[in-house]
Design a protein around this ligand. Structure first.
Ligand code: BEZ
Ligand code: FE
Length: 287
């Protein structure tokens, strides 16, 4: 007869699962149980505290919809999403950062030099740079998939009910024979992650704000290379020191400078830029 007490219970639970010895599943399951049980023992968790956790998770499920995934938001604000991004960033490659909830996998293809602003107000900025491998060799034919908020910090997809086209402020470009990408757009503004649900309660309980630093989102792909999901932030702008989802890295800060000598770049642009933001992406080989 096994004797279950607060010290033997962890092994008993692990033994109750029939898992393949040495498998990844077994390692993760056992590790998770060990950590959770240790945490519970070390902190002598009360019934009330445990019910508080379960009810919080229940509320996260209740508010979630196909458009709103409160568990991802929870993972974002406690830094798990960023931690997984950081762990999976390959040495020498551009660091990864949040995908966020507004990615669409069928954005329109755009020609290099196109303007993504769609007539929106705001200073026109040329965003440009190279996609290279880790040895700085340019990668022609790389796919640069980008999406962003507008000058009020709103994604067009959030305002479809107000007549906005969800495909605005996004596009897919292909780098030219020198590995260059370039397009014009308006600078996005910071915005808040949703804080009207349980994750918002958690932020308020910890006296935290819900603001994200202004950013441009990217997925960069090239055959034979590891794709990266990342974001560019802007030096000297608000919340770069305390982004609500821990997405900002020093290496992802770009400068926005007044446009000078843009003609010398030899780009065929649809719109004359007021400002320029340069950022190079680096992909590591697969494997
Ligand atoms: C975003 O970057 O779009 C985002 C990221 C995390 C939570 C909410 C929004
Ligand atoms: Fe975003």
């Amino acid at each position: 007869m096994r004797d279950i007490n607060q010290f033997t219970i962890t092994q008993a639970v692990k033994d109750s699962f029939r898992t393949e010895a040495g498998s990844r599943f077994e390692k993760l399951l056992h590790g998770f149980l060990d950590h959770l049980h240790d945490f519970t023992r070390e902190n002598q968790i009360t019934h009330e505290e445990w019910m508080g956790v379960l009810n919080f998770l229940y509320d996260c499920g209740q508010i979630s919809t196909p458009e709103r995934h409160e568990f991802i938001l929870l993972s974002d604000v406690v830094g798990f999403s960023a931690l997984v991004d950081l762990i999976n960033s390959k040495g020498g490659a551009t660091e990864g950062s949040n995908l966020g909830p507004f990615y669409l996998d069928d954005a329109p293809r755009k020609k290099l030099g196109a303007d993504l602003a769609g007539g929106r107000e705001g200073a026109c900025v040329l965003v440009h740079g190279k996609v290279t491998d880790t040895l700085h060799k340019p990668l022609p034919g790389a796919i640069v998939d980008t999406w962003q908020a507008d000058g009020a910090g709103t994604y067009p997809i959030q305002e479809q009910a107000q007549g906005q086209d969800k495909m605005d402020l996004r596009g897919i470009f292909e780098t030219d024979d020198q590995g260059r990408y370039y397009y014009t757009t308006i600078l996005p503004k910071p915005y808040t992650v949703p804080f009207d649900g349980p994750v918002g309660r958690l932020l308020r309980a910890g006296d935290r704000h819900a603001w994200r630093a202004a950013h441009l989102h990217y997925i960069i792909r090239h055959p034979g290379m590891n794709a990266i999901t990342t974001e560019i932030f802007f030096e000297g702008t608000e919340y770069t020191d305390n982004d609500a989802v821990f997405g900002v890295r020093k290496s992802l800060l770009a400068r926005v400078l007044p446009a000078r000598d843009v003609a010398a770049l030899g780009y065929d642009l649809d719109r004359e830029p007021d400002a320029v933001c340069e950022f190079d992406f680096v992909l590591a080989p697969e494997g």
